[in-house]
Design a protein around this ligand. Structure first.
Ligand SMILES: Cc1cc2nc3c(=O)[nH]c(=O)nc-3n(C[C@H](O)[C@H](O)[C@H](O)COP(=O)(O)OP(=O)(O)OC[C@H]3O[C@@H](n4cnc5c(N)ncnc54)[C@H](O)[C@@H]3O)c2cc1C
Length: 518
């Protein structure tokens, strides 16, 4: 068996994770050709995809380009808009002027000059992100990240998307089936058959209507139930509830006041007494949800906070009953076990504070695709490396999300007080925070290839929330270099504000006329 070739991959699950994984492997391994890897995706007609997950990272542009879709089609069919980062409201003390940006663009001249020292010593009264990056200025004015003449997937200002999750799965499904050679089986997996040779590998999946489907490698994209990795193999789930308390969400969709209302350029995340509210603008509606800790509040109070938020922020008085989603924050001890890899919610889920779930799907599908073992003989080595890479990434996601909480000055509820308790803060984060009192986050802190969050992201959050690094007075030449980058960011902001259209204008243009192909 060890020398048997990997020719047929079976993916269980037709949510965003299943279809993205299918598309990425199929495009890379030419599944549309008889000589390519064969891919079958089994999707239960009885279990709908989760249907939430509306924020992506800029990496999604590259993913969509690689799988061969047009950005125009994607924007039209997925009701997509542009996302240039996140704005965090009320996370420090809850006052009206308490907000900061985590934009997608790196600080100007990042790595070439110590911008943190320059900011602290020359411009401490200006918000950090506003000084070092042009992008917050575009966000404030609801600007698009490109012009109508900018080709598909190219950017003037780095961007990801906001999208309709249900439409996105549907869009990917159509593309996978009609262009990439993925076989789609609409059926329910009822049992998992192991190899008769006693290896423990999965041999086939038993379905209700299509009998047993045999494969060489199985990808578990079955959502939170983790059918193959969790239920069949019993791979342990590592709960992170002691670090990140949120385990419930109430989600609604609301209309805009009118069809010309501005579309926000960023996700808005507003702190609440026992959680936070996301606010995402699509072209046709807003998606709003309250993520909270069921240990710290009740569903009734959480819904009340959601309704209050909507009323205060331009929404209608009456909303539909919010949809409740419960989740266990955490991830699996391993993601690849024997001939089974879990991608998406089956691998784990942590609150969507920085919209990292789809980015992890993209990274997982990329590594699986690019490091695909040719035979079973190399699979355990590939699995070990995959597990090492993703355990590290999950730990970094948790550190980074927790950072948003530990920097708060809020002490008004148990939720915020508990979030700052030392025992709830991962040890590596505690250590880094000590270090960052003396040195600002840098490449020395995050040394792996494709770090999930770069040191620049830590800088945006730390200094956006008022963290102080004790940096000695700068040498004159270094201070001048930092000042030059601040001027450059300001000049770019002015130029772009003058040249870029509003989000709604550009999306309207794309819907009517499309973008140029690259
Ligand atoms: C409240 C909330 C907000 C979120 N916001 C974001 C965000 O802003 N950004 C982001 O990146 N992510 C976000 N996420 C995460 C995101 O929704 C998921 O990562 C993404 O949708 C992928 O889900 P999935 O495909 O793994 O699972 P699902 O969508 O649950 O799909 C599971 C699939 O498995 C199939 N299946 C299950 N059992 C069987 C069976 N026995 N036989 C056959 N098929 C089966 C089902 O039919 C379904 O097709 C959010 C999640 C939540 C809960």
């Amino acid at each position: 068996m060890a020398s048997s070739a990997i020719k047929h991959i079976i993916i269980v699950g037709g949510g965003s994770a299943g279809w993205l994984t299918a598309a990425m492997i199929a495009a890379e391994h030419q599944s549309a050709l008889a000589s390519g890897l064969q891919i079958t995706l089994i999707e239960s007609p009885d279990i709908a995809p989760i249907g939430v997950g509306e924020g992506t990272w800029p990496s999604m542009r590259d993913t969509l380009r690689k799988i061969g879709v047009s950005e125009t089609d994607f924007i039209r069919e997925c009701d997509a808009s542009f996302k240039q980062g996140s704005r965090f409201d009320g996370w420090v003390n809850g006052a009206a002027e308490d907000y900061y940006f985590h934009p997608f663009v790196l600080p100007q001249g990042y790595g070439e000059a110590n911008l943190v020292a320059g900011w602290q010593q020359q411009h401490a009264s200006v918000p950090f992100a506003d000084l070092v990056s042009f992008q917050p200025h575009l966000c404030v004015q609801g600007k698009a990240p490109k012009q109508a003449s900018t080709p598909e997937f190219a950017a003037v200002a780095n961007y990801g998307y906001h999208l309709d999750a249900g439409k996105f799965s549907e869009f990917l499904r159509k593309h996978c089936i009609s262009h990439l050679g993925v076989r789609h089986v609409l059926d329910h997996v009822v049992a998992i058959n192991s190899h008769s040779n006693g290896s423990g590998d999965i041999a086939s999946l038993q379905t209700k209507l299509h009998g047993s489907l045999a494969g060489d490698l199985f990808v578990d994209c079955s959502g939170m139930q983790s059918l193959l990795l969790g239920q069949h193999f019993g791979v342990a789930f590592l709960s992170q509830k002691h670090v990140l308390f949120n385990d419930t969400a109430l989600a609604v969709q609301i209309p805009y006041p009118d069809e010309n209302s501005a579309i926000a350029s960023q996700t808005i995340s507003t702190a609440q007494d026992s959680g936070w509210i996301w606010d995402i603008g699509l072209p046709t509606r807003r998606g709003i949800g309250h993520v909270y800790s069921s240990t710290h509040t009740t569903d009734e109070l959480a819904e009340l906070a959601l309704r209050n938020y909507i009323q205060k922020n331009g929404g209608p008085k009456d909303i539909t009953t919010p949809r409740k989603l419960s989740f266990q924050p955490g991830y699996r001890q391993q993601f690849w076990h024997r001939n089974c890899v879990a991608i998406g919610l089956s691998a784990g889920f942590i609150e969507p504070l920085e919209a990292s779930a789809l980015a992890l799907v993209e990274l997982s599908a990329t590594m699986l695709s690019e490091q695909m073992p040719v035979t079973r003989a190399a699979m355990d080595i590939a699995a070990r490396r995959f597990n090492d890479a993703f355990t590290y990434r999950w730990e970094r996601v948790i550190d980074f999300l927790k950072l948003h909480y530990v920097l708060t000055k809020r002490t008004d509820t148990d939720y915020w007080r508990d979030n700052c308790r030392t025992e709830s803060i991962p040890e590596r984060l505690r250590e880094l925070m000590l270090l960052w009192r003396q040195h600002s986050p840098s490449r020395y802190d995050f040394i792996r290839v494709e770090e999930i969050f770069p040191s620049a992201s830590y800088q945006y959050v730390l200094y956006g929330m008022g963290f102080q690094t004790e940096i000695p007075a700068m040498r004159t030449d270094k201070a001048e270099r930092a000042a030059a980058y601040f001027r450059e960011a300001a000049t770019l902001a002015d130029k772009m504000l003058a040249a870029l259209p509003g989000n709604r204008d550009l999306i309207g243009h794309i819907v009517r006329h499309g973008l140029h192909k690259i």
